[in-house]
Design a protein around this ligand. Structure first.
Ligand SMILES: [Zn+2]
Length: 222
């Protein structure tokens, strides 16, 4: 059985309209559509109105409840800081949630063991990534203060965590990627960049204020 899936956006737009009942949908309300640019309906007019809500955070429940439901409405909310939509749970049939719970109970121990193993593998991958990336930074920036290359590499590792194939490419760090990571680090650690926010100055201007200092430190570290 293929699950029919649709998106439910807690919209960031002000003026959307339900194409079925014509009701206005304002910011924060549910808009059911392929994207915010497509035509869509309000939640009341959507096929999800009588379904049950499953909160996010449990990957096995999310996957299994969807599998057992004829319909699945994935809720997305806008993250202003990250400038992207993020999952906030899903609407599925109530019976599908019960079936999923039973399945999860049945193999809980097995999944726990598997997750533990996966966490160990991930930690090892991170260790290799940080080690190789920090060596590459040190090679391009031999005068960078001791230990800084590790801080920069750890930050990059955090930022890219979950990216598939990350470790496979650990040996292929290109110059540009290293420059960008070093530049960002200097901006935050060596200039008053972070303190200038909230004072009404635009990000672009703040960046340009510290640009000279950042480039001169990059030269020193090279
Ligand atoms: Zn409607």
């Amino acid at each position: 059985m293929e699950t029919f899936t649709q998106n439910i956006f807690l919209t960031k737009k002000e003026k959307l309209k339900c194409q079925s009942c014509g009701k206005a949908i304002v910011r924060g309300q549910a808009f059911v559509a392929e994207s915010e640019k497509h035509k869509g309906t309000c939640f009341q007019c959507s096929p999800f109105v009588n379904l049950a809500f499953l909160k996010p955070g449990n990957a096995a429940m999310t996957r299994r409840s969807k599998k057992h439901s004829k319909l699945c409405g994935v809720v997305y909310a806008w993250n202003t800081r990250r400038k992207r939509f993020e999952r906030r749970g899903q609407y599925v049939e109530g019976a599908a949630i019960i079936t999923a719970e039973l399945e999860c109970k049945a193999d809980a121990a097995e999944r726990l063991e598997k997750n533990k193993k996966a966490a160990i593998v991930r930690a090892e991958q991170d260790r290799i990534y940080i080690s190789e990336f920090s060596q590459a930074i040190r090679a391009y920036y031999p005068n960078c203060p001791p230990g800084r290359e590790i801080k920069i590499a750890e930050h990059a590792c955090e930022k890219h965590s979950g990216r598939v194939g990350r470790t496979a490419q650990a040996k292929d760090f290109d110059k540009k990627m290293i420059d960008l990571a070093v530049e960002a680090h200097i901006r935050h650690a060596e200039t008053n960049y972070d303190n200038q926010f909230g004072s009404g100055i635009r990000k672009r201007e703040i960046r340009s204020n510290v640009k000279g200092k950042v480039s001169s430190i990059m030269m020193q570290w090279r």
